[in-house]
Design a protein around this ligand. Sequence first.
Ligand SMILES: Cc1cc2nc3c(=O)[nH]c(=O)nc-3n(C[C@H](O)[C@H](O)[C@H](O)COP(=O)(O)OP(=O)(O)OC[C@H]3O[C@@H](n4cnc5c(N)ncnc54)[C@H](O)[C@@H]3O)c2cc1C
Length: 486
Amino acid sequence: MIQVDAERLRKERAEQLEQTDFDVLVVGGGIVGAGVARDAAMRGLRTGLVEQYDLAFGTSSRSSRLLHGGLRYLAQGRIGLVYEASHEKRVLHRIASHLAEPLPFVFPTYRRSDWPLWQLRFGVKLYDLLCGGRNLGPSTWMRPSDVLRRLPEPKPAGLTGAVRYYDGLTNDARLVLDTLRSAATSGAVVCNYTRLETAVPSGSRWVCQVHDAESDRAFSVHARAVVNATGPWALSLPHSSVRLRLTKGVHLVIEHEALPVPDAVVMAQENRILFAIPWGDRVILGTTDTDYQGPLDRVPVNPDDVDYVLGVVNEAFPGAHVDRAKVVSSWAGLRPLIASGRGGPSDISRAHEIREPKPGWIDVAGGKLTTYRLIGEQVVDRLAAYLGRKTFPCPTAAAPLLEAGEVRGLSGILPPEVRPEVVEHYCRGEWAVHLDDVVIRRTSWHYYHRNSQEIARQVANWMAEIFQWDAARQAAEWARYLQATG
Ligand SMILES: Cc1cc2nc3c(=O)[nH]c(=O)nc-3n(C[C@H](O)[C@H](O)[C@H](O)COP(=O)(O)OP(=O)(O)OC[C@H]3O[C@@H](n4cnc5c(N)ncnc54)[C@H](O)[C@@H]3O)c2cc1C
């Protein structure tokens, strides 16, 4: 196994951060920050990005992993949002097909429900049209007998049929990492475990004080503009003008044999919908949508959340009897929604907002994984105008996310096989510093495998060899991993 001098690599990156006179410093290594950094670097701006923890630590590794226009938003009359997201879904399928797998959804309909079949048949055709008539697959509808044949014992009483339509399945954390690798290839300097503490305007520059948690060193970074892309943390940044309402979403992962759905299934509740999403030999169930006021760094999955999701699944599939024993793993994420002051959590718009409260300071919040490329384009358009720079036209909708052939097979919808060379790749080429960086975000092994602790032990041994960890560091990494997954 090739040894990696992690300290030297990080030191070099920190020196680059400290010594470069950046056009823009992006704060936040979630999908929004990654999209802004890629766009800015590809348009020739000197770009730095700092992330306080690991890349994709926040909401961008805790989503439903869908690239979707949002059938629910269509029902809410948010046509513009659905059009935008549907268009982006197709763009992502074009530039990153390894991260945008066409996924059929079956939406069973029932008598006296809020989602009548006739309305949905019309809705899915409109949904296809909003993709420019070229959705990832054509929508159809099904008779009750077809639904009963296709799905594993759905609730039969009152069943009137179903519609079947297409969205895309992605791997959220991987989308962030591949976007950042693409940004770095274009010259962006990306540093994780580096937090922005303060930012002070000085002449035509921002002097940003950052703290590197690994070396416990604070230093200044100079940039003409700063982009606050810190998702749920956006309010805590100096100069922030973001108005947020945070809602929590919980997902459970179960074995596919516990609910052998061939397609994703929509489970309608009053005013909202949940999904059962096939993911290799597993099914992802979710999600909840409740207002949240707790800690941002550690979002709990409460027993109530688990009971709610299992209750919905067992109501939709009465023969399945999915209980807690069948749950392989779970995660909880926070939606950084733009506060509008009205309605329940599911009524709040998923649109994004870009603000410039001070010259050279840009806040960006809201939006979806699906629209991240477009958000990046709009932010960099504003940046270029502020900097008075004639940049290249935005290239991100046409350029493949990664150079052809590069580590293909390592980056995809499903976690790759557990192999030492894969770990090695994450340590050398993807900024992994800690055990949980690899087992949770680079690979999803923690979420996918029942024996994830055994796997983590093996990965810890490999990482110890690659990074030359001593016994004390290995013990600390193990404790850290247990804390992150406990
Ligand atoms: C349950 C759930 C399901 C979802 N499902 C979908 C879906 O299926 N499809 C879809 O399109 N969208 C989905 N979304 C929405 C989507 O996941 C989010 O809109 C998106 O991930 C937000 O990304 P972000 O970059 O704004 O925030 P984050 O991913 O949270 O990134 C912000 C980052 O900023 C860092 N940060 C904070 N403060 C600092 C600082 N001072 N210095 C440096 N770094 C800092 C944080 O550590 C964090 O990593 C879902 C959201 C949730 C919660």
